[in-house]
Design a protein around this ligand. Structure first.
Ligand code: SIN
Length: 539
């Protein structure tokens, strides 16, 4: 227990502060709660995050016909040569234990009798996807973990509180500054260990399945504080988001293709078998690019998903959320095919960490989608992301208490330090940026467009002023601009095509590029690009 040094309403002192409330943040919090006082800060309601919207499920080798080694093999094959094998081994071998623990905490997976039901998704060699309420797995994960966190006496939850910057003193992270939205008041969290579990950056694109909160706040703050980010060029596009007006796009889970649904072009032809031997269950990057290519040759903005081979009873019971949403939007699910198109879905990129979630900055850990240890390589295998949050949430919680605690003197200094200026980006920048990134850094990239977009975003980076206060929207827009600049830099540098990164001017995979790319801040001169080998010694 910490005795507060400074009794001020806008300074909070904790042992551990966790930014973000998806699966990684909540699981880490529950594991840390018997080691000290934990704060979870989250900028919206507790469960408004990518985890909440995950449909497909959790991939894990729990069946008797399956092994961790086979799960690892599929993960590595999907990752197009850039998966860190040690990270994959940890994910797949520690996964079953983490999932069993999740069940002990109250997670209710779908079962037949006592038996867990296991679905199939793209590029998995086995049926190993556990799911809940059919297609509402993420919601059930958030429900079970948030209920526990809300009643835990050592956990304090700060909703509607947005981390604006990390607090760094003498090369060590000592907490973070935040904006409390009710009133826009600036608050400070002082802690021995800060954990970024702040999620992805899908909102950098105009077409995304990610909710409005996914603005890469954790990655941008870590970059500003001097951490390296890795694999920024790799953003996964999900092949089958429902084609409709507005954003975010409604996801239609890959699990429907696992149950037999197929993709068809404007002529009604099944096209996936022509692109890959696994047909509609090819790796996600391959399916997304094939869909894109068919859309282009058909001159349409979508292809069609045909559910007719799935028996109706089965479809209704396995995908109640998708059925309800399609009906709500007026589709006749008994007879109609549904228009779908790719949408930005998941960041393989993030704050560079080792296998214990340590970043470049002492006192700062990162976990989940905002972190990057090279686990997913150039293309994440379907339904591995919630498992990542569980396995590395635990590892992060094991590491945090071993880090040096802040002394009372250091806490006092941290509490007294003047707040840094908040970066401001006009909200209008957001939609402009989303359009630009969709056009130039989407599923297909070309050097000329990337360079032009980089120049445009560079001008925006310079416009981001420093003034003493900001709204949530302004801070989010500034973070998106910062990360867009880094994504463009990385996408320009990687002159090959691999996984989710496709360059039409360099369409082949190039073995010389069998390496990761990291970026760190070089001040006004822009980011410094460096290379890291695959099988990094620290990973
Ligand atoms: C899906 O249900 O298709 C998405 C699963 C995932 O992103 O892993």
């Amino acid at each position: 227990m910490i005795t507060p040094r400074v009794e001020r309403p806008n300074i909070h002192e904790f042992d551990f502060v966790i930014v973000g409330s998806g699966v990684a943040g909540l699981f880490a919090a529950l594991h840390l709660a018997d080691r000290g006082k934990v704060a979870i800060i989250t900028k919206d309601e507790l469960t408004e995050c990518n985890t909440e919207y995950a449909q497909g499920g959790i991939a894990v080798a729990l069946g008797e016909d399956d092994t961790a080694a086979e799960h690892a093999e599929d993960t590595i094959a999907a990752g197009a040569g850039l998966c860190e094998p040690h990270a994959v081994e940890l994910l797949t071998t520690e996964g079953p234990g983490a999932v069993e623990e999740l069940m002990r905490l109250g997670m209710r997976f779908d079962r037949e009798g006592e038996e867990l039901l296991r679905g199939r998704e793209a590029a998995h060699g086995r049926n190993r996807i556990l799911h809940a309420s059919g297609d509402e797995t993420g919601h059930e994960v958030e429900r079970s973990l948030s209920r526990r966190a809300q009643v835990h006496p050592s956990i304090t939850i700060f909703e509607h509180t947005q981390m604006t910057d990390l607090l760094v003193i003498e090369g060590r992270c000592v907490g973070c500054d935040a904006l409390a939205h009710d009133g826009g008041e600036r608050v400070r969290f002082v802690a021995s260990v800060t954990i970024l579990a702040a999620g992805g950056l899908g909102q950098i694109y105009a077409v995304t399945t990610n909710p409005l909160v996914t603005t890469g706040d954790g990655m941008a703050a870590a970059y500003r504080a001097g951490c390296r980010l890795m694999d920024m060029e790799f953003v996964q596009f999900h092949p089958t988001a429902l084609y409709h007006e507005g954003s975010p796009k409604f996801l239609i889970s890959e699990a429907v293709r696992g149950e037999g649904a197929v993709l068809r072009n404007a002529s009604g032809e099944r096209f996936m078998p022509g692109y890959h031997e696994l047909g509609d269950l090819a790796p996600r990057d391959v399916v997304a690019r094939s869909v894109f290519s068919e859309m282009r040759s058909d001159g349409r903005d979508f292809v069609e998903l045909d559910f007719s081979s799935i028996p109706l009873e089965r479809f209704l019971s396995r995908f109640p959320g998708i059925v309800a949403e399609l009906r709500r939007r007026g589709f006749d699910i008994y007879s109609e095919r549904v228009p779908v198109a790719p949408a930005a879905h998941y960041a393989m990129s993030g704050v560079l960490t080792d296998l214990h979630c340590r970043t470049d900055l002492p006192g700062l850990l990162a976990v989940g989608e905002c972190a990057c240890m090279g686990l997913h390589g150039a293309n994440r295998l379907a339904s591995n992301s919630i498992l990542e949050g569980l396995v590395f949430g635990v590892r992060c919680a094991r590491m945090a208490p071993t880090l040096p605690r802040l002394s009372y003197e250091q806490m006092g200094v941290a509490a007294e330090l003047a707040p840094p200026p908040v970066r401001v980006g006009a909200p209008a920048i957001r939609s402009e940026l989303q359009r630009l990134m969709q056009q130039c850094a989407g599923m297909e990239r070309i050097g000329e467009d990337l360079a032009e977009a980089r120049a445009e975003v560079d001008a925006r980076v310079r416009q981001i002023a420093t003034v003493p206060s900001a709204s949530r929207e302004e801070a989010e827009a500034a973070n998106l601009v910062t990360l867009a600049r880094l994504m463009l830099e990385a996408a320009l540098a990687r002159t090959e095509s691999r996984g989710a990164h496709y360059r039409s001017d360099f369409p082949e995979l190039d073995e010389a590029w069998h390496r990761h790319l990291t970026l760190r801040s070089g001040g006004p001169d822009g980011p410094i690009v460096e290379f890291a080998p695959v099988e990094r010694p620290d990973a």
